[in-house]
Design a protein around this ligand. Structure first.
Ligand code: SF4
Length: 321
């Protein structure tokens, strides 16, 4: 039986829009609007979509940097949304993040050693000697010379800093690592090295990743399954193989046709998406994608399609099916 590390059910985050002297609520930005999915132990779920689709808000909800408006989040069977703040602080060691800009998240005054020691000290893990040994072991694992332990973040390249960010994420043996655009600020050649490193570490430590990116070629490289998001909703969810061989949702097809590397393999006609992504403060009625969809029908303008299993293991939210 599959062992689920993360189970998300009907998760919503609506930011209120307030106006006037009495700050009356006049609307809401539906950044995440009824998202359900799960992540199995040891797998990588890729979450892909254009900027503003809600994928980073989703990450912040899972670690409870933001409180959900509605819905459930279970980590290893335990509900997080109702967990008291004190208990959540303890729980946070089980979910670690790797961010796009490691420089911004590393303390510039701390050496690499202190950066990696601090989480173990906070959570009271191991003796002093064991912690120091763990730092050296992790530096080794992420491909950095242990002699770098006494250096500061500014002495490293972008790729090396991301390796430090990955080592920091690993230091507490988390159950889930959420990587939010971890390679998009890096040069293409360095991107491949960091992705390969993350895959090697996954094999060695049986890590579970939720990998958020706007880049389909990165998703194709690293994911086992993929969730495609549009305006706060998942519009398609399936195994990577099924998704890339036979994308069902018109938005997924348009995204793929616009990704040069993916389209070169698929040799499909380029679908040009008209217009911008509508505002999540005022999403279109019915299917949120209908204002840009070439296959739009009358029903799409009034009825919101539900995410349904169309082929085995391949879910999509579209009235075409
Ligand atoms: Fe296009 Fe209609 Fe499907 Fe939405 S539901 S993606 S508008 S065909």
């Amino acid at each position: 039986m599959d062992e689920y590390i993360l189970e998300v059910e009907n998760l919503k985050k609506h930011f209120p829009i307030k106006k006037g002297v009495f700050a009356k609520q006049v609307g809401a930005v539906k950044a995440v609007d009824g998202v359900s999915f799960h992540v199995r132990k040891g797998e990588t779920l890729g979450v892909v979509g254009e900027s503003g689709c809600g994928k980073s808000t989703l990450a912040r909800l899972i670690i409870r940097l933001l409180e959900a408006t509605d819905g459930q989040i279970k980590l290893d069977g335990q509900e997080l949304t109702t967990l008291p703040k004190q208990d959540m602080r303890q729980k946070r060691r089980d979910i670690q993040m790797v961010l796009q800009d490691p420089y911004a998240s590393l303390n510039p005054r701390w050496t690499v050693e202190r950066t990696l020691l601090e989480p173990m000290r906070v959570y009271d893990i191991g003796s002093k000697k064991e912690r120091k040994e763990k730092v050296l072991e992790l530096l080794n694992k992420v491909g950095l010379d242990p002699s770098y332990a006494k250096r500061h973040p500014h002495e490293f390249s972008g790729g090396q800093r991301q390796r430090i960010g990955i080592a920091r994420a690993l230091v507490l043996n988390p159950k889930l690592i959420i990587a939010d655009e971890p390679v998009s600020a890096l040069d293409i050649s360095v991107q491949a090295q960091v992705i390969n490193l993350m895959q090697d570490l996954q094999d060695q430590f049986n890590l579970t990743y939720m990998f958020i990116t706007h880049d389909l070629s990165v998703v194709e490289h690293i994911s086992d399954r993929v969730a495609v998001m549009y305006l706060g909703k998942i519009v398609e969810l399936s195994s990577k193989e099924q998704l890339f061989a036979n994308p069902l949702h018109p938005y997924t097809r348009a995204l793929m046709s616009a990704a040069p590397e993916v389209n070169a393999k698929q040799k499909k006609e380029r679908i040009v998406l008209k217009g911008d992504v509508p505002s999540p403060a005022n999403p279109p009625k019915g299917c949120a994608f209908h204002t840009r969809c070439q296959r739009c029908m009358e029903i799409c303008k009034v009825e919101t399609p539900k995410l349904k299993e169309i082929l085995q293991g391949q879910f999509t939210a579209c009235h075409l099916y």
